[in-house]
Design a binder for this molecule. Sequence first.
Ligand code: LAN
Length: 742
Amino acid sequence: MPQKKPSWNLWKLLTRNGRQVWAFKAGTSDIDDHLKNADDFSEQERQAFSKDFAFDRQSNPTSADKVFRQQALASNNFKLIEQKIAEEQTLIDSLTKGMHYFSQLQTDEGHWPGDYGGPLFLLPGLLIASYISDTPFPKPHQEMMKVYLFNHQHTDGGWGMHIEGQPTMFGTVMQYVSLRILGVDKDDARLRLASAWIKDNGGAASIPSWGKFYLSLLNLYKWNGFNSLFPEMWLFPKWLPVHPSRYWCHSRMVYLPMAYCQAHRIQMPENDLILSLRKEIYNEDFDSIDWAKQRDRVCEKDCYTKQSPVLKWMNLFTNTYEKISPQWLRTKTSDYLLKYINAEDAQTEYLNIGPVSKAINSVCIWHAYGKDSEQFKKHVARWYDYLWVAEDGMKMSGYNGSQLWDVAFITRAMLESDLGLQFPETINKSYQFIDSMQILEEHETHQEFFRHPMIGSWPFSTAEQGWPVADCTAKGLSATLAVHKTGIVKSSISDERIKQAVDIILSYQNQDGGWPTYELSRSPQWLEVLNPSEIFADIMIDYSWTECSAACVIALLEIQEQYPEYKDQEIRLAITKGLEFIINKQKTDGSWYGGWAVCFTYATWFAVEALVQGKKYIDAELRTASINKACDFLINKQMPDGGWGETYESCAKMVYTQAETSQVVNTAWALLALQTAKSDEQEAIQRGIDLLIQRQLDNGDWAQESISGVFNYNCMITYSSYRNIFPIWALNRFYKNNAIKA
Ligand code: LAN
C-alpha cells in the first residue's frame, strides 16, 4: 500500500515523441504548455513538498522512482488489472484443464467415442432380430443388456420411450419382451410389476403402431391388427408426392424393411416363451382378440401425434386392399423392396442409416437369404457397432456414433482463441479424422435409390456409414477452415475438396431458403397427414431447420472470407436467403425452436451466430432488432445462479420449460449467443461464466446433467461430449473477448 503523499500528485509527467517533461499542476496534456501553472504555488504546498519528499538515504539509497510508477499504475487502474489477472488465470486454468481432460479421451485416430444412447425402443428391435433369427448375443452381452434394461425401469414397473421419459406402453412392452427374450423369469418381481403396469394400462394391444409391428414379428400380435403400410406404394410412379422416395430418409429407410416384413407377414413360430408372453402382456385371451379393432388403439400415455382423418381414410383403403392384393404384385413389390434393402446394406457396409432400420433390415435379410447366408452374417457383424457399454449397462446407440459431429465441434471450440493452439497434437489428430471422414465417392446404385449427391460431404458419424448430412458437412467444413487458418497442421484437405463441400452445401438449400437434414424437402408439408407413427411428429419429409440452416450459412460466410472468389454471387444469394429464413423462424418472444437438441437455447445460439456473422448480407435494422430480441429472451431466462436450464419438455411441448437446476450445456449455448451478439449484459455473461467454472470438476470434466439431444420432438438422445465441448467453447470465447491486452 503506497503511503499517502498528496503533493506527489501535483507533479505529472507529460510525454510526446519520447520527450518526458514533469509539469507542475499540469492543466493540460500539452507538453509545450507545461509551465502554465508553475507560478501557482502556495506556502502550504511548499511545506507539503518538504514533508512528502522526505528521503531516507539509509533505507533507500537509490531513488526507486516511486512518483512516476505510482502515478502510472494508478492511471492504468492497477488494482483492477491485478484482479483481472487473477480472474483470467482462473479462466485459463479452467479452460486448459477442460481441454486437457477432454484431449485425454481422444482416440489415436482422432475422434471421441461416446455414449449415444437414450431411446429405449432400439435395443428391443435388435434383440427381436437376434431372437427371430436364432442368433443370440454372447452371454456377457446378454447379461449387460439385462442390467441396462432393469436400470431404467421406473418404480411403478414401467419404462419410458427414452431413459428420462415417463412410462409408456411402447417403452414398457418392448423392455418387458426384451427381458423375457434375455431369459428373465416371468416371476421375477420386477417383471411382475411390469406385467401389471402393462395390464393396468390397457394391455399390449394398445401399443403404438411401431410396437404392433415388432410384436407381430414375434407372433405376439396379429398382422391384420396392424394398419397396412401398403407395400405396393413403392411401385408408384416416382413423381407422385406420396412416393416413398420423397419421404424423410429416416422414415423411408424404416418403412422400407417394415413394408417387406408386412408383405411377407413375417412371424416367428409359436414356442413356450411366445405362448407364455401372450398371457403376460394381454388382459384378454390372445385368441379371442378382435385384431382389426386394435389397429387404431393407442394407449393415451403414448400418443403424441393423433392419426389424421385422411390417414384413417387411407387405412380403410389399404387394409381392404390387403385382403385382395394379387400375389404377382406382392412378389414384384417384395423383389423391389429387397433390392432396395440390399442396396442400402451395400451403401452403408451393413451399418444402415440408423438403429431402427439396422434391426429390421437384419430380419429381412435373414428371411430372404437365411441364417447362414453371407449377407446375414455381414449384418450380424455390424450389430456390435451399435452397442455401447456405460455405467448403466449395455445399450443400443441411436446411431453408429456421433464421431464427425463431435470432432468438428470440439475443433472449433478449441480454436476459438489461441489457447487451443497449446494442444497441437489434439488438433492435428482431429484434423486427420475430419480428413478421413469426408465422403469422396458415390455408389453405383446412388441415383437409383434416390440418394442426394454426396461427393465432398461429411456424415454425422463415419464415411463408411456414408449418409451425408447438410449441417455435418457445414461443421466439417468450418472445422477444416479453422484448422487451415492456424497453419499448425500440414493441410491435406485440398482446395478442390473444400469446393466440393461448398457445392454440397449449396445443393442442400431448400426453396424456402433454409437447409434440411439429409435431403432436400421432396414433398409438400401436407404429406404429414399420412404420418402413421403416433409417437413422433414431422417425420414424413425433410424440413428446413433453424440450426441446420445456421450451420450452413456460417460455413458459407467463412468460405466467403477464405475463398472470396469461389462462386461469389451464388454464395451471397444463398447466405441472404438463409438469413431471411432464419429471421422468419424467430418466435415472437425472440427465441428459436431447436429440433435436434434441448431446445430454445440451442437453436437461438445457432441463429444468433449466423445473424451476427452475416452482418453484410441482411438489412441492418432487421438484423439488429432480431439479435436484440434474442438477447432479451436469453437474459430473461437466466436463472438466479447465473446459469440457464431447459428440460426436454421444451422439445415436445414446444414451449420453453425451465429445469429445476441450471444445466452447463444450456448455459454454454446461451453464453455463446450473448457473447457473439456482443450483448452489453456483461454482468449476466460474467455470472454465467462463473457458473461454468464453478461447476467444473477437479479433473477438468463437467458432470453429466440432463439429456440434451432430441429427435422428432418426442424422443431424447444422449450427447455425452456436449458437456465438455460447449463449456470449453463458451469459456474460450470469453477468454478471446476479454483477454487482457498488454
Ligand atoms: C440425428 C443425429 C444428428 C442430427 C443433427 C446433425 C444434430 C441435426 O442437426 C440434423 C439431424 C441429425 C442428423 C439426426 C437425425 C435423426 C437421427 C438420425 C439423429 C437424432 C440420431 C438418431 C435419429 C434417428 C432418426 C433415430 C432412429 C429412430 C427413428 C425414429 C427412425
